[in-house]
Design a protein around this ligand. Structure first.
Ligand code: 3PG
Ligand code: MG
Length: 402
């Protein structure tokens, strides 16, 4: 069992340098943070350590830079926001393990917090070469006395700041990771029934593992988003210009068959909002509702239709456990947001556990004006929560057990 944050603090952290891996990968518009949910979720662990007198050194990534600095992926705006939320200055190091990092950490007084520049500006962070990753992890570890893993959104990544560093320093599980894991356990170990799962997002190939596993666990699977067209095509329907992964048709047919055999209900939309082009800046959307089995050859599906939104909402409201990952349509454009809104709205009325899984879906509910406390739990990890539900081992979690 991993050491808990409370246990670590109980041992005494005053004056110790604590390296905290957080997931501060927030959406940015230029240098403006458009959704600070992940920063807010990371504050309690950082604050608990600082309040206990630790010298807190936070490391995190932003986006997917290719192992070298890139201005647009700088964590500088995140340092400012973190400081506002903590109500204290956050010292920002302009590199991750270089001179600035060393000086910044050396300058910390007890109870102060520093943020290191984007850990992915270093090729060692994401390297597939174990030795290269370990060498970089060694440099990170050199900045601290103890490691706290709190970036739930990255625990499925075998990366230096998530995995290797935990092998080099005494370590504990942060409060956010612990809270997220509790919810994941409630979803997988005897969930209250009926258990309904809504899946959206663009690609079915990203969701194969989770669908595969959920076919043995959930009572109802609702499918929307771009991936639904591969399901509709698998049933023999024409999908026009909609997103279609032809190489997954056979797999999806297999799922539909297995669901029928095992009594899992797969709910697909019966109507679709289409347009003749993908929404783009200068073009006014011309949404049209068509039957899901009669998508015109020149149309592409961009949202589930109103009847489907109602049917999905009804199925979700009747459930006692709900997990939702992936928007139902192009929710960023109002003309194609109704399906996602209907699903989000239904989640707010669930009598039981309702979980919004990860990045895009979390950003979607906030962008559509919902408040966090309307849901049972908004996960900070999209890929991580899906991999957990797939039954996969998460390297960033297992490494903490040793
Ligand atoms: C995310 O946003 O999915 C997490 O922060 C992990 O980022 P990654 O998918 O680029 O590893
Ligand atoms: Mg991801």
């Amino acid at each position: 069992m991993a050491k808990t944050l409370d246990q670590l603090i109980g041992e005494g952290v005053a004056g110790r340098r604590v390296l905290v891996r957080s997931d501060l990968n927030v959406p940015l518009d230029g240098t403006t943070i458009t959704d600070d949910g992940r920063i807010r979720a990371s504050v309690p662990t950082i604050k608990a350590l600082a309040d206990a007198g630790a010298r807190v050194v936070v490391t995190a990534h932003l986006g997917r830079p290719k192992g070298a600095p890139e201005e647009r992926y700088s964590l500088a705006p995140v340092a400012t926001r973190l400081g506002e939320l903590l109500g204290a200055d956050v010292a920002f190091a302009t590199d991750t393990v270089g001179e600035s990092a060393r000086e910044t950490v050396a300058g910390l007084a007890d109870g102060q917090v520093a943020l290191l520049e984007n850990v992915r500006f270093n090729a060692g962070e994401t390297s597939k070469d174990d030795a290269e990753r370990k060498a970089f992890a060694g440099q990170l570890a050199g900045l601290a006395d103890v490691f706290v893993s709190d970036g739930f959104g990255v625990v499925h990544r075998k990366q230096a700041s998530v995995y290797d560093v935990a092998q080099l320093l005494p370590h504990a599980m942060g409060g956010l990771v612990a809270a997220e894991l509790d919810v994941m356990k409630r979803l997988t170990e005897s969930p209250e029934r009926p258990y309904a799962v809504a899946l959206g997002g663009s690609k079915v190939s990203d969701k194969l593992g989770v669908i595969d596993n959920l076919l043995g666990k959930a009572d109802t699977l609702l499918i929307g988003g771009g991936m639904v067209f591969t399901f509709l095509a698998a049933q023999g329907h024409q999908v026009g210009q909609s997103l279609l992964e032809e190489d997954q048709l056979e797999t999806v047919q297999g799922y539909l068959q297995r669901a029928a055999d095992t009594g899992v209900e797969i709910v697909l939309p019966t109507d679709i909002v289409v347009d003749t082009a993908f929404p783009s800046g200068d073009r006014t959307p011309q949404p049209q509702v068509v039957a899901a089995d009669a998508i015109p050859a020149d149309a592409l599906g961009l949202d589930i239709g109103p009847a489907s939104g109602e049917a999905f909402a009804a199925a979700l409201k009747g459930a006692r456990t709900v997990f939702w990952n992936g928007p139902m349509g192009v929710f960023e454009v109002p003309a194609f947001a109704a399906g996602t809104r209907a699903v989000a709205q239904a989640l707010t009325t669930v009598d039981g556990l309702s979980v919004v899984g990860g990045g895009d879906s979390a950003a979607a509910v906030r962008a559509l004006g919902f408040a966090d406390d309307q849901f049972g739990h908004i996960s900070t990890g999209g890929g991580a929560s899906l991999e957990y539900l797939e039954g996969k081992e998460l390297p960033g979690i297992t490494v903490l057990d040793n």
